[in-house]
Design a protein around this ligand. Sequence first.
Ligand SMILES: Cc1cc2nc3c(=O)[nH]c(=O)nc-3n(C[C@H](O)[C@H](O)[C@H](O)COP(=O)(O)OP(=O)(O)OC[C@H]3O[C@@H](n4cnc5c(N)ncnc54)[C@H](O)[C@@H]3O)c2cc1C
Length: 389
Amino acid sequence: MLLTGKKTAIIGGGPGGLTLARLLQQRGAEVTVFERDTDRTARQQGATLDLHDESGLRALTEAGLLAAFQQHYRPGADKIRLTDGQANILYDQHQETDAATFGHEHFRPEIDRGPLRDLLLDSLQPDTIVWDSQLLGLEPLAEGWQLRFRNGTTAYADLVVGADGANSKVRPLVTPTQPFFTGFTVVEGNVYEAVRHAPAMAALVQGGKVFALDGKQSIIISAKGDGSISFYTGQRTSEAWVQESGINFQNPQQVAQWFAHDFADWHPIWRELVATDQAYFVPRPQYCMPLNQHWDAQPNLTLLGDAAHLMPPYAGEGVNMAMLDALELSNCLTSPAFSSTREAIAQYETEMRRRAAEAAHMSIVSMEELHSPNGIAWMSQVVSPILSN
Ligand SMILES: Cc1cc2nc3c(=O)[nH]c(=O)nc-3n(C[C@H](O)[C@H](O)[C@H](O)COP(=O)(O)OP(=O)(O)OC[C@H]3O[C@@H](n4cnc5c(N)ncnc54)[C@H](O)[C@@H]3O)c2cc1C
């Protein structure tokens, strides 16, 4: 095997990095994951994730983790309600009988980020993860790389995989290409104990998901297993909106004022999402890597997931692409078909860029449509095949 006798370092223990670590360990490779979080109890923030049959679920199946996933996913959490800005329910999957299950191309089971990370972590050999290891930089050394971490330590690896997400420190050593601003900003929020702190929203979301659209803005809400609801608003902004608005997103009163102003045309019921201090809010300007990226493969350095192909979340593909990258990269690096790691990486990267460009295109189209006057009709069509299959 190409990796025999080599040390592989994966930078970042997100879904992509951990899936790769599991798959490579299954095939006998020596792998270490360097993760910025201080330990495994660091809270996993963000919306729930729906895994797709041909990508995320396929990677978990190959990793021998489908049974673990089936224990931890949240049946019913994939059910969508589509509403307008006045909270009128236009489509309701809760009224439909379940047709799809595992193995069905339209089945997209939801899992919270925490349980997904836990099941991947539990599948790894002891001491695979080195916590509290925020990569600052890497320099060529011998045939590999010397890694430098914020905690003052260094490490050597023969092969480095950058799985360190949107603001990857590894990416600039692979490609000079920068992500571009898409024209939209998302404000992500999470309301703890939603039944108590946002009861009308908890009732509306009913353990599933809500897509609320008014022709130019959106609110997407998901229920989480810990009783909280997470959501993200979407709207067109300038790139510098977060700084120029002067809003302190750690101050709930300022967030409530912003929402009341910018979502003034929406029914007041939505204000519950920002009316509590039992919540957190994070503004996220939406960036995307160009769809026509290209670079020459290196023998000892590559990227996966958001590090390689950051895209907005509107196609629900980011985590699925990251996990499929992990599967494809592990297949290439352990295949007897390649005579060098450069060849294996080149094959992986060519396919990865092609897949990612398709997903990013879908995501940009979806983002534009959802925030257009045609948004409700467009989303109805996206939901209908799920309803009728
Ligand atoms: C609001 C929102 C909603 C989303 N909804 C969905 C959805 O429904 N479906 C979907 O498929 N995708 C969704 N996504 C996208 C999805 O979250 C990402 O595509 C996915 O998490 C990418 O996985 P990853 O492993 O590549 O990177 P990440 O999940 O970002 O993981 C990167 C890891 O690297 C670590 N790290 C970062 N920098 C360093 C460093 N310098 N040194 C060491 N470690 C480091 C981080 O702590 C993290 O653990 C959403 C994103 C957002 C913002």
